[in-house]
Design a protein around this ligand. Structure first.
Ligand code: GRF
Length: 204
């Protein structure tokens, strides 16, 4: 299976996925890493690992529709079975999302449906929740909604700041996203009645 990963910056989740795909010998390959920013740090890691990269810079397109159309064209040039959003910081239009229905995953740093949108760690601290975490979900046209594949929880500790809490969540994201993607490439995920069914849960 061909996986295309979209990033905007650091790319640490992309890196975790690339490493897991290699070390766990997935029935899949990372066909490309694509960024909407030319200076995304993660592009260097991808290139150093022999993964094709591309930049589709949103600033070069006057409208969201035009950007998404070009992005779709570049992605489809790599014949993806799965498109993975890994810190991709653009809201995608409905036609784009619908084109990849059932094969577009995102990781969001909160326990959805809590704290959609930005600044999730600060939102969690402000709300004084005892637990926070991350969610992998299929992407639908509504931002940070869509069928949940897997979630991971971490405690919120006294004195936590955005930095300490985000670091605790990120460590878990780096395990959670590769797990979810492996289940996808092993054909073990199905969307049933708005939820996700995982086949053979005893064997995760
Ligand atoms: C992660 O926390 C991810 O959940 C969120 O943005 C951050 C991206 O980090 N969507 P990285 O670029 O993968 O290092």
């Amino acid at each position: 299976k061909n996986i295309v990963i979209l990033i905007s910056g650091r790319g640490s989740n992309m890196e975790a996925v690339v490493r897991a795909a290699q070390s766990e010998a997935w029935p899949a390959r990372i066909a490309a890493v694509i960024s909407n920013k030319a200076d995304a740090k993660g592009l260097e890691f991808a290139q150093a690992h022999g993964i094709p990269t591309a930049v589709v810079a949103n600033k070069d397109f006057p409208t969201r529709d035009q950007f998404d159309a070009k992005l779709q064209e570049v992605i489809d040039g790599f014949a993806p079975d799965l498109v993975v959003l890994a810190g991709f910081m653009r809201i995608l239009t409905a036609p784009f999302v619908e084109h990849y229905e059932g094969r577009l995953l995102n990781i969001h740093p909160s326990l959805l449906p809590l704290f959609p949108g930005l600044d999730t760690h600060q939102q969690a601290i402000n709300a004084r929740v005892a637990e926070h975490g991350a969610t992998v979900h299929f992407v639908t046209a509504e931002l940070d909604h869509g069928p949940v594949v897997v979630q991971v929880k971490v405690p919120v500790l006294p004195g936590d700041t955005e930095d300490t809490l985000s670091a605790r969540v990120l460590v878990e994201e780096h395990k959670l996203y590769p797990l979810a993607i492996r289940l996808f490439v092993e054909d073990r995920l199905s969307i049933v009645g708005g939820g996700v069914r995982i086949a053979d849960t005893a064997n995760i």
